[in-house]
Design a protein around this ligand. Structure first.
Ligand code: UFG
Length: 333
């Protein structure tokens, strides 16, 4: 079966490509290389044991996108291409709506033209906004509090209307909590070309000596140790969830699934894990909270476990160990 992954050179996309390869799919990657390079494509082609076609295409380039989708002619598309920095989305909201919403419309048009009716979408827990209750279920109110979150929610709405507009269309919107870690063999980690915003890559930068210290962004949250709590899902488990969701898109429906572990970890707990695995103390500084950050966010993954089976096979220790390995950092033996 042919599967096209948009954004297939990015952190999550490349891990999904690796999982598709292991499951014997014929893979197309469509990526504009904004956060990667031809070297990443060559690396993936060398590592992934599968037929792999590459299209250097931007989802905002309507005609080029149509051509690429038509040439590859996938049965299923996994749509990961998009902009994903909350902070950046406040400065460049139009870019977020253009890439994440208009890019999605372009993709659906291209799929229609190529006769493809099955889609899996990289959505985000950010569509929920401030949690009104925990764990967050898929029925939680959808009140995103930044342009990035609004763009993801709008893209979901576009896909939902597209799905019900014709018979036979199947869409699964997977709402990721916090993807972390790296592929165990291929070491596909979160090493952004642009400045890192997320906790795991920033900790790796501190351990690599690229940053003097880690800023703990708030230590007086109403949590057991005062620091923010998140649901960190190993990227390999996240990829596995996509593989399992492929079969679900054969049934005409718009499926919304949280992808998370269902368990929160605090910033201090994550730091302690990195210190234990690297045996290097991490210098920290307490700083002001990041605007828009919530105290605690974690998934109810009941629906996704029910639909997909148990895809949560790895722990936060596994995620920390693989992140260190992918960043080329030594681990405590
Ligand atoms: N944090 C720090 N110091 C840092 C960076 C982060 O203390 O230098 C803290 C944050 O305050 C938060 C936790 O680490 O408590 C995790 O922060 P991340 O930036 O890694 O992740 P977020 O939960 O803020 O956001 C992530 C993705 C978003 C996505 C969201 C979904 O980056 O794209 O999860 O819940 F929308």
């Amino acid at each position: 079966m042919k599967v096209l992954v948009t954004g297939g050179c990015g952190y999550v996309g490349s891990n999904i490509v690796a999982a598709l390869g292991a499951h014997g799919y014929t893979i197309g990657i469509l990526d504009n290389l904004a956060t990667s390079s031809h070297a990443v494509v060559a690396d993936l082609q060398a590592k992934v044991d599968a037929q792999l076609a590459f299209f250097e295409t931007d989802v905002t380039d309507r005609e080029a996108l149509k051509d690429a989708v038509k040439v590859f002619s996938p049965e299923v598309v996994i749509h990961c291409a998009g902009l994903k920095s909350i902070a950046d989305s406040w400065h460049n909201p139009l870019a977020y709506f253009n890439v994440n919403v208009a890019g999605t419309i372009n993709l659906l048009e291209a799929m229609e033209q190529a006769g493809c009716s099955r889609l899996i979408f990289s959505s985000s827990a950010t569509v929920y906004g401030d949690p009104e209750f925990l764990p967050i279920t898929e029925d939680h109110p959808l009140v995103p509090i930044n342009p990035y979150g609004r763009s993801k929610l709008m893209a979901e709405a576009v896909m939902h209307d597209w799905q019900r507009a014709a018979d036979g269309r199947g869409v699964a919107a997977l709402r990721y909590f916090n993807p972390v870690g790296a592929h165990h063999d291929y070491l596909l980690g979160d090493n952004p070309k642009t400045p890192a915003n997320n906790l795991f890559p920033i900790i790796c930068q501190v351990l690599a000596g690229q940053k003097d210290s880690l800023s703990i962004l708030g230590d007086d949250y109403p949590t057991p140790d005062g620091t923010g709590e998140r649901d960190y899902i190993h990227v390999t488990d996240l990829s596995e969830a996509h593989i399992r969701a492929i079969a679900k898109t054969a049934t005409p429906a718009f499926l919304v699934l949280n992808i998370g572990t269902g368990k929160p970890s605090s910033v201090k707990q994550v730091i302690a894990q990195f210190e234990r695995h690297s045996n290097v103390p991490i210098t920290t500084r307490i700083e002001a909270k990041r605007p828009g950050d919530v105290a605690t966010s974690f998934a109810s993954n009941e629906r996704s476990l029910d639909m997909l089976g148990d895809y949560v096979g790895k722990t936060i220790e596994d995620a920390v160990a693989s992140s260190l390995q992918a960043a080329g950092l030594k681990q405590q033996s």
